[in-house]
Structures are given as C-alpha cells and as structure tokens.
Design a protein. Sequence first.
Length: 103
Amino acid sequence: MKKIFSLFVLLICFTNQAQEKPKTQIVEASCGQCQFGMTEKKGCDLAVRIDGKSYFVDGTKLDDHGDAHAEDGFCSAVRKAEVVGEVKDNRFVITYFKLLPAN
C-alpha cells in the first residue's frame, strides 16, 4: 500500500510539472543601443527591459518587426511586447514575441 501511495504522489508531481506553461510577461522592447543605452555591442540590436534591467535578445531580431527607424520603430521608440523566454548568460532567449500596438 505504501508503494502504491508513493507511486501515486510521484505521478501527480510529474503531471503537474508537465502541465506548467511558460510565463508570459509584458516587457519594454526597443533598440538596446539607441533607446536603452547599452554599449556592449556596436550597431542596433533588439533588447528587452525587464524590471529595470536591459537584455539583448536571442530568438528574434530588430528587423523582424518592421522598420526600426520608422517613427514607432525600435530605434525611435520604446514599445511594449508580450514575451515568453528566460534570461541565460545575461541575454533574454525568446520563445514567443508579440509586439503590442503603439499607443
């Protein structure tokens, strides 16, 4: 009986972990160099700012989301984006990125 109970608890724990969804969050997105003042790289690169800290992005690029130098482009404005990802090696690795409409 004890073994069956232990197996049941283990099964429940495994099922809960398998059902966990990645956390979706709203972040600021822009050109790291032009808008966030990041100096680690030259040129223009997509970055997100989460809780006041800026990270360059892996998994999507600046020009994947329109003209970066347009009036509402990433080099000219800070935009909001819905993202899923995680910080790895001081970079934000994106698994989902949706640019929200400009205000």
